[in-house]
Design a protein around this ligand. Structure first.
Ligand code: ADP
Length: 459
């Protein structure tokens, strides 16, 4: 059986409280029992001391000194807590006893007299506490004095206390369980509201939020966390929508160019030069589409490549090779500078780092004038190895610095100047860098140039 949350809380708290109350009640009862018995025993001790001097020996038998006074007292007074007294010889044979004992005898046990301790026993219908001391006349052991005091009143008091505690125990626990269940139910009410609201939120109304009722407590924090999660989900869904629409747009543009060119071509017979020219235009549209598709595939592939193999790599040699090769292939002067006199070892996935640098170098070459220098710098700063790719190009406006890593983002000037590109290069760079735990940052100033910096994990 599955208990509701409020019932689980109430049950657990009640169980704990039940144990605590049980211990408290047991202590109360034991302390009361101990105190009552100690008081009776103290009185018994005093009475014993008082009566042991009122005994004398006659004809070898032990007797009370003023027994007639006792008898008279018994007839004239109603004693609430009478003292019962009996004298026995060394064998336990009764010599004399107080009249209130009537036909009853107190219990004799020789081994208890040495310790002067009391014990409880039944005397007829009632219960008594009894004490026993040895009797000496001129240092000769003659017998024993037995003294008892009624325990009935104390027993009644203790029984009443026990009954009250036994009745109170379930009553307290039941009322505790019910009130805790009620309070727990009340305190989780806001959570039920959150459940109701979150159940209503679907993809179509992802812009709605859970109302924040109690902003400063844990429930307020939970509401805020859910709302932030919804915010992230909404943003990611919007990004995905944007990505799909941008991707279709990117593919549709060269497709329309291709279609237009071919339509123009079949309208009437053309000269072979015209055919060559139109086919060249068509081929460049196809190239543009396949470049976009390649980059889209690269983006999709990296999403799965979470567990990249990282190997140790010496940065200076690695960069020198890349710089030389790119410079040769692209016919651009690229300068390499190392700020470190000793080799720099890093732990990265070589292919990823190669692709990141290739994209950054392509951009630097593409966006800066062909007569300007491109600089690749490396070194170690605060024990962190870094690579910088710097160009003296048009720079990126501050407003766009946060956007250049978004898929398909291209600055308007770049599009207007018909500089080829898909807007996917830096998105791929960002993904690869995140997977390889490389921190990427950019500083740029309009008309001065841009510097892309990579902070790499140390080997
Ligand atoms: P693409 O180069 O294909 O347009 P990227 O994702 O590589 O796509 O770059 C996104 C945008 O960032 C570019 O369109 C350009 O506006 C800007 N950008 C990137 N690198 C540079 C650079 N080195 N200098 C100036 N602008 C740059």
């Amino acid at each position: 059986m599955r208990l509701a949350y409020k019932e689980r809380i109430a049950t657990r708290l009640t169980l704990v409280t039940a144990m605590i109350i049980l211990v408290v009640f047991a202590v109360i009862y034991l302390v009361a029992n101990f105190t009552v018995i100690r008081n009776i025993d103290r009185e018994l001790g005093l009475e014993t001391d008082k009566h042991k001097d009122q005994i004398f020996l006659v004809n070898g038998e032990i007797r009370f000194l003023h027994k007639d006074e006792w008898q008279e007292m018994e007839h004239s007074q109603i004693q609430l807590n009478p003292i019962f007294i009996e004298i026995v010889d060394l064998q336990g044979k009764s010599m004399d006893r107080s009249p209130n004992l009537r036909e009853n005898h107190l219990s004799f046990s020789p081994e208890k007299s040495s310790k002067k301790e009391a014990w409880t026993l039944k005397l007829g219908e009632s219960e008594v506490r009894q004490m026993q001391i040895p009797l000496f006349t001129s240092s000769k052991h003659e017998g024993y004095l037995l003294l008892a005091k009624s325990f009935d009143d104390s027993r009644e008091l203790l029984d009443n206390l026990r009954n009250v505690l036994l009745i109170l125990y379930p009553v307290i626990l039941l009322s505790l369980y019910l009130s805790m269940r009620y309070l727990a139910g009340k305190s989780i009410q806001p959570i039920q509201q959150i459940i109701r609201k979150t159940n209503q939120i679907t993809q179509s109304n992802l812009n709605e939020r859970v109302p924040e009722a109690e902003p400063n407590d844990e429930i307020g924090q939970l509401t805020r966390s859910i709302n932030e999660l919804l915010q992230r989900l909404e943003a990611s869904l919007n990004r995905e929508k944007q990505f799909t629409s941008d991707a279709s747009h990117e593919l549709r543009t060269p497709l329309s160019v291709l279609r237009g060119t071919l339509e123009v071509l079949i309208r009437k017979p053309r000269t072979s030069e015209e055919y060559v020219e139109k086919i060249k235009t068509s081929l460049s549209s196809i190239d543009r589409m396949s470049a976009t598709i390649d980059q889209l595939l690269a983006l999709a592939r990296e999403e799965k490549g979470k567990n990249l193999v990282k190997e140790e790599l010496e940065l200076i040699t690695f960069l020198e090779e890349i710089v030389d090769q790119t410079s040769l292939e692209q016919g651009r002067k690229i300068t390499f500078q190392s700020q470190s006199g000793i080799p720099i070892y890093v732990k990265v996935n070589e292919k990823s780092l190669q692709m990141i640098l290739s994209n950054l170098l392509q951009n630097a070459i593409k966006y800066s004038k062909s007569d300007t220098d491109i600089l690749v710098k490396t070194g170690v700063e605060n024990k962190i190895p870094y690579i910088e790719v710097c160009d003296i190009g048009p720079g990126i406006s501050a407003a766009h610095l946060g956007k250049i890593f978004d898929p398909f983002f291209r600055e308007k000037e770049v599009v207007d100047q018909l500089i080829p590109g898909t807007g996917l290069g830096l998105a791929i760079v960002k993904k690869l860098a995140m997977e390889s735990e490389i921190k990427i940052s950019v500083t740029s100033e309009k008309e001065k140039g841009s510097t892309f910096r990579l902070d790499l994990p140390l080997s």
